[in-house]
Each structure stands twice: as structure tokens, then as C-alpha cells.
Design a protein around this ligand. Structure first.
Ligand SMILES: N[C@@H](CCC(=O)N[C@@H](CS)C(=O)NCC(=O)O)C(=O)O
Length: 207
């Protein structure tokens, strides 16, 4: 088996976390390289596109979180084999990436612009995305987004919902998901209580 090194910021979330989780769930050995924020400016130029996550497969460095998620998902048995289910899985991951990127773009805005942009997002596009995620979850049977089982799409949405409900995002009400898409909260709880996901965070907490 190829030697894997997954590199991302040193926190349990964000674009790098679904692949970490997928590899852990699948029992795939990998080096979990975590870059502290203070080391990022020096590390940045070592990455192909000045960004993380990256995955090193033997000595080849590859970028793009959803590409990495698909790869990790295939290794871990968390990516659909059928073309249509794979399409559904990809759609959800890319939509989560779209809305996550829009929220991320507000982080460094000055206070007034941040408030305005986030309030508009919360009332408009973000609500729309959450409603659509919920509708697509329901259309897929209500439990998982694709293939009738846990896939990397569920892990990607899990991270997004955890972020939105954490209260870390000023001007985006942390109750928004519960209010507009309660089935996504149930989905979040379903993923959080998956035996390997729960074990992963128990071990992280103890580390
Ligand atoms: N399209 C890329 C975006 C990667 C990206 O922007 N990563 C952020 C962290 S989540 C980053 O490295 N930010 C640091 C910077 O841009 O200086 C992907 O999906 O992996």
C-alpha cells in the first residue's frame, strides 16, 4: 500500500478533517501532519498552490480537498462504486465546499462588512443551501446522502454543520440549521454517534 501523509492545519475541522476521519474510519494508516498557524507563513511556499490540505502519496504531493476526500473515501470504502451514487456524493461535497468557501471569505472582512455579508448569507444563500441539503438527504432516503450508507459526503456535511452550530461565526445564528433544516441536525447526530467517529474524537480529546 502507498505511504500516505495528510497535511492540514492543527485543528479538528475544516477542509482537511473529512479525509482524516475517512482514513481513520477505514483503518488506513497515514501520517497526520498538522501545521500550527504560526508555522503556516513559512510552510505556505512548500505547498503546490499555497494552500492545504495536501496529501502525499509516496512522494507525490496532491491538493484539493474534495479530490483528497474522494481518494481517501475510495481507500476507506466510504465512496460509492456506482456512477450515479458517486455523482450524488460529489454533488454534496462540492456544494458544501461552495458554501463553506463563501463563509470563509468573510473571516477577514472588517467588522461592518462582515456583519452585513454574514447576515445576507444567513438569510439568503446559506438558508437555501441548508434547505437543499435537507431535501437531497430526504430524497436519498433520509439517513445518508448517497449509496444508503456513510460516505465522505456525510463527513463533509458533518464538518460544515458542526461549524455552523458551534457559535464561532458571529452574525450567523448558531440556531440557523436547527431552524431551517432540522433533518440535518439529525444527520449530524447520526454521523457523530457512528462508532468510529465517536472513537476518533474520544481519542483526540484524550491526546
Ligand atoms: N480549493 C482548495 C482550497 C484550499 C484552501 O483555501 N485552504 C485553506 C485552508 S482551509 C488555506 O490553505 N488557507 C491558507 C491561505 O490561503 O493562506 C481545496 O479545496 O483544497
Amino acid at each position: 500500500m502507498a505511504k500516505l501523509k495528510l497535511t492540514y492545519f492543527d485543528f479538528d475541522g475544516g477542509r482537511g478533517e473529512p479525509a482524516r476521519l475517512a482514513l481513520y474510519i477505514g483503518g488506513i494508516p497515514f501520517e497526520d501532519q498538522r501545521i500550527a498557524g504560526k508555522d503556516w507563513p513559512a510552510f505556505r511556499s512548500k505547498t503546490p498552490f499555497f494552500a492545504m490540505p495536501t496529501v502525499e502519496v509516496d512522494s507525490q504531493v496532491v491538493t484539493q480537498s474534495n479530490s483528497i476526500n474522494r481518494y481517501a473515501g475510495k481507500l476507506a470504502g466510504l465512496y460509492p462504486k456506482g456512477d450515479l451514487q458517486a455523482l450524488l456524493c460529489d454533488e454534496i461535497m462540492d456544494a458544501a465546499e461552495d458554501i463553506g468557501t463563501r463563509i470563509g471569505q468573510t473571516i477577514d472582512l472588517p467588522d461592518d462588512a462582515k456583519r452585513k455579508t454574514r447576515e445576507e448569507l444567513a438569510a439568503g444563500r446559506l438558508t437555501r443551501y441548508l434547505e437543499q441539503f435537507q431535501a437531497k438527504l430526504q430524497a436519498a432516503g433520509g439517513e445518508y446522502f448517497a449509496d444508503g450508507r456513510l460516505t465522505v459526503a456525510d463527513l463533509k456535511v458533518f464538518m460544515l454543520i458542526r461549524w455552523l452550530r458551534s457559535g464561532a461565526l458571529d452574525h450567523i445564528p448558531k440556531e440557523l440549521v436547527d431552524r431551517v433544516a432540522p433533518q440535518l441536525v439529525k444527520h449530524f447526530e447520526r454521523v457523530a454517534s457512528h462508532a468510529k467517529v465517536a472513537e476518533y474524537y474520544r481519542l483526540r480529546k484524550a491526546a
